[in-house]
Write a protein that binds this ligand. Structure first.
Ligand code: ADP
Ligand code: MG
Length: 255
């Protein structure tokens, strides 16, 4: 696996909730490929299916139909092909939520190392990895502090450290910059891009935040459970946004 390889491959994925009169079609045959090194945004009005798609890619929600491959492995094809979804999530996926969801009774470093404890790391190694990540995210000096005493930007960086602790290659973020000011929001996105390249990971972000649109390689629009504009997406080419069909391969200039 290297930069440019397809990490997330979603084919004809559909999801409905309920049956009969109460049936809601949250996703209707969505196709999406995301490559290592890419940072993409999922856009669309409330209720268009963004969170549903993110949760399906994160293996925390079962699709109703279609096929999902992660990191070269088919994980869902009409049914889950893996019995241990928890392990799959721990190994491959990092989730960054809208609010940071840090555990209030643990310090910053404990919030990060907890994930590694769960994954079976020896405690001393887990703490070292957690400290290194906090340092990398420039919140190492706040390692022993509990979330209530962190600023919004610090808490979100701790949450990012937690999402990255296990070196996931698929990083999913639901409105990660919603609580941040414009400068902090751009810094977080720059950091995620750096990680995407260094760790050969991809970042899929749900956002409404126009001030960070220039930080994405692709903007993907969902409308009523489908990729909008007959699957057109916006791609950044020489810093201009162009509408291209989603099948066109993107970003050849990965650094
Ligand atoms: P978005 O994140 O774009 O706002 P969602 O993916 O959360 O949209 O929701 C898409 C549609 O699916 C909405 O109509 C929503 O009400 C419905 N939906 C989402 N989750 C559930 C659920 N657990 N049960 C029933 N309907 C749901
Ligand atoms: Mg949502």
């Amino acid at each position: 696996m290297a930069l440019g390889d397809i990490l997330v491959d979603v084919q004809a994925v559909a999801k409905h909730f309920g049956e009969g009169e109460t049936r809601v079609d949250a996703l209707r045959s969505v196709d999406l490929q995301v490559r290592a090194g890419e940072v993409i945004a999922l856009l669309g009005p409330s209720g268009s299916g963004k969170t549903t798609l993110l949760n399906i890619i994160g293996c925390i929600l079962e699709p109703s139909a279609g096929r999902v491959s992660l990191d070269g492995d088919v994980v869902f094809d009409k049914t889950w092909l893996r019995t241990d979804l928890r392990r799959l999530r721990l190994d491959k996926i990092g989730f960054i939520f809208q609010s940071h969801n840090l555990l209030p009774f643990l310090t910053a470093i404990e919030n990060v190392s907890l994930v590694l404890d769960l994954a079976g790391w020896p405690q001393s190694e887990a703490l070292k990895r957690a400290k290194d990540l906090l340092d990398y995210l420039e919140v190492g000096h706040r390692a022993k502090v509990k979330p209530a005493l962190l600023s919004g930007g610090e808490a979100q960086r701790v949450a990012i450290a937690r999402a990255l602790a296990n070196r996931p290659r698929i990083i999913l973020a639901d409105e990660p910059t919603a609580a941040l000011d414009s400068v902090r929001a751009q810094l977080v996105m720059d950091l995620l891009r750096k990680l995407a390249v260094e760790q050969e990971a991809c970042i899929i972000t749900v956002t409404h935040d126009e001030k960070i649109f220039n930080r994405f390689d692709r903007l993907i629009n969902l409308r009523d459970g489908r990729l909008a504009d007959s699957q057109a997406i916006k791609v950044r080419m020489s810093n201009q946004w162009e509408i291209v069909p989603s099948c066109v391969s993107i970003r050849t200039e990965l650094k």
